[in-house]
Design a protein. Structure first.
Length: 645
């Protein structure tokens, strides 16, 4: 049988990757760094196990295409429209400011004007592959800094095309710059119009017909074909393959089958994206690094400082608070994978010399290798910057929504975060006649909900001024329901520092985060993980035909017992005796109908009318707990009523 050398090289790559990643896992080193090390070791400048780097780079290109494709499916056209300010203002400011910063640094280093502009273009782009992978893994893609980062990365992808066009001009080549740029812009507009048309009419119908066959292979082939065909047409129009793949993802996102497509594509995307990092490592000449370590480290630090500073300013210009903008700035501080392509074009056109090209590769790889640590500790830097005694205007951003007057509030609920949980809580308060006010960091959401009449205010709830603006001293309850675990910790500390007696409820993602939040002073911590588990077993019981009333009883009992167990496990010892009961400061109070109670034999309606209580949430009678309350229920001896008081 014919021997295929390519198989040998891929076998070496996979085997070495397993060994390196296992070592990285034990040393708590991010996987991205492990892939880069694998490329350095097995590449032509390392031990030379792999000589055919072009084949590996081709596989890497497929990984980038699939990565941008899945990102497009998760973003959707609707989300881009919602992020238009971050996309246009934030993205435009980031690219412009970073190009300016790169140009000035290059000129100070003695580069010619053309070389300085080219360096600015190379530095302006950040790594979509690394950043979005990290944000998804950390669950931060839908946080304020995550949305700002995503919008900026998308804008950078659109800017890659004109950067490629001007590179020969910077090298001194003759070309009709204006005509070529106009022609490319027209083709790009045509492609984008075609994408919107396909997303609206063609693709949903096609995917529906394919899905009806229930043929998994046919569905997968259709998804791949849409991705590759749009990317191919995009390249024909002078745009990048990556941008075409992203547009293909946007097309799929408008259909009802995007989630199924993502689940099918993700395993392939993970595999091929790893080849990208390996191929980047293969480009680095280890001997060059050994000869110039000081200059490489110094330039990498300069690049990170310049990029993070410019991206932070861009985020503030787009209306983000200082802390969020600084977090976004650190996240975008590395050099992009597309910059490698741009640098190769510059090298081919004589803009950069071999020494400068290797120096760029070393600095770029170091910046990418440092990115996981930068992202993991970005909140620390952002917090330090936010703690500086700067004017309030800088801390809230240059373009916050218009301030709303706060009416006279007393014993109100402060809802921090207006996602799904925040909206549900606001609706419950409104229906029950409970006064409430909302604090949200998404400027678009604030403007939209303000027009609908919601008492919503823009700001970072970890700031004293924001909490005082919504009358934290007069509030009865604060509910923290945001998707930012680090932000939740900061808010809990600040709320308890200002008003120790307010009842503080925090929603978190995992049970393991409960203990720390209780130690900071939270009165109740509701982990999504536990609620999801309870919901799952109720659905299982439904499937087995268990009666609805019995399921409701089990559901309510499980929630009450589960949350009480969490409190008994995590609150301080001095509070454990109170844990199974309602907390003294809790808005949820319990009342027992004693033997001589005047309410015995009367209805819940009569009790509510006399006690002036708006909302009865549960009734416990013997071993049964009712969560669906009918006001006509007659109260009996030893009944326990749970109300929001």
């Amino acid at each position: 049988m014919e021997h295929i050398p390519l198989i040998d090289e891929f076998l070496v790559i996979f085997a070495l990757s397993i060994a390196v990643l296992l070592l990285c896992y034990r040393a708590r080193i991010p996987a991205v760094v492990g892939f880069l090390l694998t490329g350095i070791i097995c590449g032509p400048y390392g031990f030379g196990f792999v000589q055919n780097v072009e084949d590996v780079q081709s596989m890497a290109n497929v990984g980038i295409i699939l990565l941008l494709f899945t990102i497009g499916m998760e973003v959707s056209i609707k989300k881009i429209i919602e992020m238009k300010r971050l996309f246009l203002v934030g993205g435009g400011a980031q690219v412009g400011l970073t190009m300016l910063g790169g140009y000035l640094v290059a000129r100070m280093l003695g580069c010619l004007p053309g070389e300085a502009v080219f360096l600015g273009c190379v530095l302006a782009l950040s790594s979509t592959a690394v950043v979005l992978k990290m944000l998804v893994q950390k669950g931060e893609s839908d946080t304020p800094h995550g949305r700002g980062t995503l919008a900026t990365l998308i804008f950078q992808d659109f800017c890659a095309v004109p950067m490629m066009l001007i590179t020969p001009v910077l090298a001194g080549a003759e070309m009709n710059f204006n005509l070529d740029l106009l022609y490319s812009a027209l083709k790009g507009i045509a492609i984008i119009v075609g994408v919107f048309a396909a997303a609206s009419w063609l693709v949903p119908v096609l995917l529906y017909r394919v899905a009806r066959t229930r043929n998994r292979e046919l569905f997968l082939l259709t998804i791949f074909s849409i991705c590759l065909s749009v990317a191919w047409f995009s390249q024909l129009a002078g745009l990048s393959l990556s941008l075409g793949a992203f547009l293909a993802g946007l097309i799929i996102s408008q259909s009802d089958f995007s989630h199924e497509a993502i689940s099918d594509i993700t395993p392939f995307q993970e595999l091929f994206t790893s080849f990208f990092f390996i191929s980047v490592g293969m480009l680095l000449d280890v001997r060059f690094v050994a000869e110039h370590p000081i200059i490489i480290i110094a330039l990498a630090l300069v690049v990170i400082a310049v990029k993070s500073t410019m991206a932070t300013l861009a985020g503030m210009i787009a209306g983000l608070p200082l802390r969020t903008a600084a977090w976004m700035g650190i996240t975008l501080a590395q050099i992009s994978e597309f910059s490698f392509v741009l640098a190769k074009v510059g090298s081919d056109n004589g803009i950069t010399k071999p020494f400068e090209y290797q120096l760029f590769l070393a600095v770029a790889i170091l910046s990418i290798a440092l990115t996981p640590w930068l992202i993991n500790y970005a909140h620390v830097w952002a917090g330090l910057l936010d703690a500086l005694p700067l004017p309030r205007r800088y801390k809230v951003g240059f373009a916050p929504p218009k301030e709303m007057p706060v009416s006279a509030l007393k014993d109100h609920v402060i809802i921090i975060g207006f996602g799904l949980a925040g909206r549900a809580l606001a609706k419950s308060c409104k229906d029950s006649g409970i006064p409430y006010v909302i604090v949200e960091m998404n400027a678009v959401t604030v403007r939209q909900e303000h027009l609908k009449g919601e008492p919503i205010h823009y700001g970072d709830a970890s700031h004293d001024s924001v909490l005082e603006h919504v009358k934290i001293h007069d509030a009865k309850v604060v509910a923290v329901v945001i998707n930012d675990p680090v932000g939740s910790v900061r808010i809990v500390k600040k709320v308890k520092q200002i008003n120790h007696s307010v009842y503080l409820i925090v929603r978190t993602r995992y049970v393991q985060e409960v203990k720390y939040l209780y130690s900071l002073g939270a009165d109740d911590v509701i982990p999504d993980e536990y609620g999801s588990a309870v919901e799952v077993f109720t659905r299982v019981l439904q499937t087995y035909g268990v009666e609805r009333e019995k399921i409701q009883k089990i559901f309510a009992t499980s929630l009450l017992e589960g949350y009480n167990l969490l409190r008994m496990q995590y609150v301080p010892d001095t509070l454990q005796e109170q844990a199974p009961k309602t907390n003294e400061n809790s808005p949820i109070k319990s009342f027992r109908i004693a033997e001589n109670s005047p309410y015995q034999g009367k209805s819940i309606h009569d009790w509510k009318k006399t006690e002036k209580t708006n909302l009865v949430v549960a009734l416990k009678r013997g071993q049964e707990t009712l969560t669906t309350i009918d006001s006509s229920i007659i109260l009996e001896k030893d009944d326990v009523i749970y109300v929001i008081h």
